[in-house]
Design a protein. Structure first.
Length: 452
């Protein structure tokens, strides 16, 4: 039976006396002041399960604190497992019982059950705690966007074709390992496909790449044909037991999805390579594994693959709000919405706001003034009068310098809290990863504010 927390722990007073140890002890005390966090996590962990049944797993408190530790130290799940077994202070923070040694798979399975909406709600609780402790009042805010990349290789049509061939070949082989073995035929062309990929990469001209590309497309079509045949067989196949039938159903579902993506990559390759068309970004496939990935291109900057994230930070450097976008909307389209969210968060608009030049527009300035924002600063005026934005040049200059601080906030989030690249899979995994990293960062800011 899963419980919310362990009320007594023999490890609670084992934090070292160093600066980091004092911060961990203070962070632990802060989390105890917000019991609603454990309630939210407990609701996710017990969703779809029978209350009072099953073995006693990790408590909701332990799961949340382990997730915080992972981002605080930039651990992988394997490293988190090791340090939770080896470090008394980390065991104290996580409130683990003496006999508890959660494995990396246990940690991953539990942390993955916390929904993105829960992480966002937890951040709202931390923002309220900061307001109650007079660390962050939300009266002066700065807004900017950044890109969080997904964990994919640089996409090319040839590499995507090989991904599709490789995954479908593996699934076809896995299907033949079922018992009794489904009767479908296929051939493994993976070795030839890899050679064609090398030929494409080593070609010195577009003309020299055409024939290897044609060979790759032909191999991909053959594998697609094998997969269609296998799907027809698996649809009528009955395994020797329930476990085999479930596994066969899973293989068929996976085959169907990868086949759909591979056919789109084949169509994309024909348009781009053979016909010389410029395929719009919203129609392109850039990954067979993280298919939600957006193409984000800025002039004079390297193209990035991930999602645009709009952040709002305050005078304390805490991240007050975050919106994760699909596609590549203009910054100017996000400004009014972020102010509306700040008004909903605090029950009032901020007194002053500062944003990057990309947010500047007459409509955004008018919307901010209409909401009651006294001083608005865009890093680039873009035709706006300074007198219309702030009450004096001195205030405008102060806000412009204040806005520059969000660049440092974003840098810390990326370097120290893993927000440069998301390592969790799927769209909802991406949302949860970004919010969990922000929460670990905000806890650090909160603790340093309390200790100061």
């Amino acid at each position: 039976m899963r419980v919310k927390r362990i009320t007594q722990s023999s490890f609670q007073d084992l934090f070292p006396k160093s600066r980091r140890g004092r911060e961990m002890a203070a962070m632990s005390r802060l989390l105890d002041e917000v019991p609603e966090i454990v309630d939210l996590v407990y609701r996710d962990l017990t969703a779809g399960t029978s209350s009072g049944a099953g073995r006693q797993g990790m408590t909701a408190e332990q799961v949340f604190r382990c997730a915080v530790l992972k981002h605080l130290h930039g651990f992988t799940y394997e490293e988190l497992e090791l340090f939770l077994q080896d470090s008394w202070s980390m065991r104290a923070f996580a409130r683990l019982r003496p006999e508890q040694e959660p494995t990396d798979t246990t940690l991953q399975a539990n942390i993955a059950r916390i929904r993105p909406e829960t992480w966002e709600a937890i951040n709202g609780l931390l923002v309220k705690l900061a307001q109650d402790k007079a660390i962050e009042k939300g009266r002066k805010v700065r807004i900017d966007t950044t890109v969080v990349e997904t964990d994919i290789h640089p996409p090319t049509d040839a590499s995507l074709l090989l991904d599709g061939i490789r995954v479908l070949t593996r699934l076809l082989e896995e299907g033949q390992a079922l018992r009794p073995a489904p009767r479908y035929r296929f051939a493994n062309h993976l070795r030839v496909a890899k050679k064609r990929l090398l030929a494409i990469r080593n070609s010195r001209s577009d003309e020299a790449r055409l024939q290897p590309y044609r060979d790759m497309v032909e191999i991909a079509q053959k594998v697609a044909g094998y997969t269609r045949g296998a799907l027809g067989v698996l649809q009528a196949w009955t395994g020797e037991n329930e476990t085999q039938r479930r596994h066969g159903t899973w293989i068929a579902q996976k085959m169907r999805r990868v086949l759909e993506l591979l056919l789109r990559v084949i169509h994309q390759t024909r348009r781009r390579v053979f016909k010389g068309e410029a395929v719009p970004a919203q129609e392109k496939i850039v990954s067979l594994f993280e298919e939600h990935t957006d193409i984000l291109a800025k002039s004079r900057r390297e193209t990035q693959f991930g999602h645009k994230v709009c952040l709002v930070t305050g005078a304390s450097s805490m991240v007050l709000d975050c919106v994760i976008e699909r596609g590549n909307p203009a910054d100017s389209d996000l400004f009014a919405r972020m102010l509306e969210r700040q008004e909903a968060l605090y029950g009032r608009p901020p007194r002053q706001s500062a944003a990057d030049g990309g947010f500047a527009s007459k409509a955004n300035l008018a919307a901010a003034k209409e909401k009651g924002v006294r001083d608005v600063c865009f890093a680039k005026k873009r035709g706006l009068r300074l007198a219309a934005m702030a009450k004096s040049p001195w205030v405008y200059r102060l806000l412009k310098n204040f806005r520059a601080g969000i660049e440092a906030n974003i840098s810390v989030l990326k370097r120290a809290f893993g927000l440069d690249c998301c390592t969790w899979s799927g769209w909802r995994g991406f949302l949860a990863y970004v919010w969990s990293a922000i929460i670990a960062y905000n806890l650090t800011i909160l603790v340093r504010g309390v200790l100061a």
